[in-house]
Ligand binder design. Structure first.
Ligand code: KIV
Ligand code: ZN
Length: 379
């Protein structure tokens, strides 16, 4: 039996914070409905205290979606929590996500506070949030750099105060996978009431390790992952939803499953990219333009003999209709022959050799040879 990993999508909150990615309420509702169709378990819809527009977005998303939990962010401040609670009043299942800095760096430099005062503030925030909703998630900001024993005390205290989920974010993308995994394990082993809450992981990608850290967190007991489509988010971004979901699907032996309809990954990726005006890099795992494109002769020959030689996923499983053989000056005869046959042209070996030479000359100049170029060549 596989264990269920809950997908908490923060595309519309942490993702939408990125400069230039802001959406109108109507656009946010469109994306939220697509995330619901994709199968995410929780949609973090926004940060209601931040602006009247964001308040309205959370309210409208709470009305528009029915299956996922709708979550609103707040700092551990009464006014923020009140705004989050009010914005969620129409949600079928609402969650307030409240929290405060947990590392000494944040406690000292951001709050000018002490560990003891932070602990008290966290407890009051969770209790106040529970007066609005039964489902309260607490985030221990910058947990990646926090003192581990303090993090355990904080986790224990907020669970006792009523938190149903505790988020251990690597806010600055600082941790290495084994280090982050060990932290999660330590929390499980040292927080006496940990089984009363779900431990959640929220990683940033400053060192390009967000997906690896998230998988390490899962391997060490976390059962909720906080992710965004295309990995958009502050600075170098958040963990990519599509990468974690497909890593768990491809590696079934790990024994985890999600509720995501993976055939919706590519269309939702494109929708988010277009609406947020944030292009997806060509070599992005799973959803990049080149994720299922083969261009060197050796790879094309191997792929045409059997797709498993160079593909670990079926493109249809992520909503891409087919793999691509891109014809360039690095392509071999096999790929050219295959493409010509798809266009209806079959040649004997000497003729194909002649066409191949002309193809290479053309490819050196044009870089990529498309079907129109090939028609020109054979004529
Ligand atoms: O990265 C972070 O710590 C956050 C929190 C607000 C959850 O985004
Ligand atoms: Zn974040």
């Amino acid at each position: 039996m596989s264990q269920r990993i809950f997908i908490f999508d923060t595309t519309l909150r942490d993702g939408e914070q990125v400069p230039g990615c802001q959406l109108t309420t109507e656009e946010k509702v469109v994306v939220a409905k697509e995330l619901e169709r994709l199968g995410v378990d929780i949609i973090e819809a926004g940060f209601p205290i931040s602006s009247p527009g964001d308040f309205r977005s959370v309210e409208e998303i709470a009305k528009a979606v029915t299956r996922p939990t709708v979550c609103a962010l707040s700092r551990a401040v009464k006014g923020d929590i009140d705004a989050a609670g009010q914005a969620l009043k129409h949600a079928r299942q609402g969650r307030i996500h409240t929290g405060i800095g947990a590392s000494d760096i944040h406690i000292r430099n951001k709050f000018g506070s002490t560990r003891e005062a932070i602990l008290e503030q966290a407890i009051s925030a969770v209790k106040h949030a529970r007066s609005y909703v039964d489902d309260v998630e607490f985030y221990a900001e910058d947990a990646g750099r926090a003192d581990l024993d303090f993090l355990c005390r904080l986790t224990e205290a907020v669970i006792s105060a009523g938190a149903t989920v505790v988020n251990i974010p690597d806010t600055t993308g600082y941790c290495l996978p084994n280090e982050y995994g060990d932290k999660i394990r330590y929390i499980y082993n040292n927080v006496p009431n940990v089984d009363k809450a779900t431990i959640s992981i929220h990683c940033h990608n400053d060192l390009g390790l967000a997906t690896a850290n998230t998988l390490a967190g899962i391997a060490n007991g976390a059962r909720q992952v906080e992710v965004t489509m295309n990995g958009i988010g502050e600075r170098a971004g958040n963990t990519s939803l599509e990468e974690v979901v497909m890593a768990l699907k491809v590696h079934k032996e790990l024994g985890f499953e999600t509720g995501i309809d993976t055939t919706r990954l590519f269309p939702v990726s494109r929708l988010v990219s277009e609406m947020m005006r944030m292009p997806v890099q060509a070599n992005k795992a799973i959803v990049g333009r080149n994720a299922f494109a083969h261009s060197s002769g050796i790879h094309q020959d191997g792929f045409l003999k059997h797709s498993e030689n160079y593909e670990i996923m079926n493109p249809l499983d992520v909503g891409v209709d087919k793999s691509l053989i891109v014809l360039t000056a690095r392509s071999g005869r096999h790929a050219l022959k295959h493409r010509l046959e798809l266009l209806g042209f079959r040649y004997d070996k000497p003729t194909l050799d002649t066409i191949y030479k002309q193809f290479l000359d053309m490819a050196d100049i044009r870089k990529e040879v498309n079907d129109k170029d090939l028609m020109e060549l054979v004529r």
